[in-house]
Design a protein around this ligand. Sequence first.
Ligand SMILES: [Zn+2]
Ligand SMILES: [Zn+2]
Length: 124
Amino acid sequence: MNYSRQREVVLDALKENVIHPTAEKLYSIIQIEYPEVSKATLYRNLSQLADAGIIKKIDGLETSSHFDHNTHLHYHFICEKCGRVYDVTSSVAEDVVKKTEEETGFKITSHEIVFKGLCKDCQK
Ligand SMILES: [Zn+2]
Ligand SMILES: [Zn+2]
């Protein structure tokens, strides 16, 4: 399997698993169909895709990061009990960049907001 095909396989697996899978989770998914894709190949592709801004890397509660194919502006909520990563729309913190720039005089090129707590399922 050549390089661009491997990259395609990784991206497709990520798009089909919208629940912010970890690299480990993605690896087990890819293994079913493409046992020839090694863990090292997967990790290299994920970090290159993240560096290129094609996917997003989210540091969760586990040592391994979660990955997100959705690079549109949105925030995340990490449940401290089940470890799941949820999307939160950026409208919850509207103007946060503008306000911060006004307050600090910094020029902001990117930002991330991660909320933590208990998801609905875990509050039951
Ligand atoms: Zn939870
Ligand atoms: Zn997300």
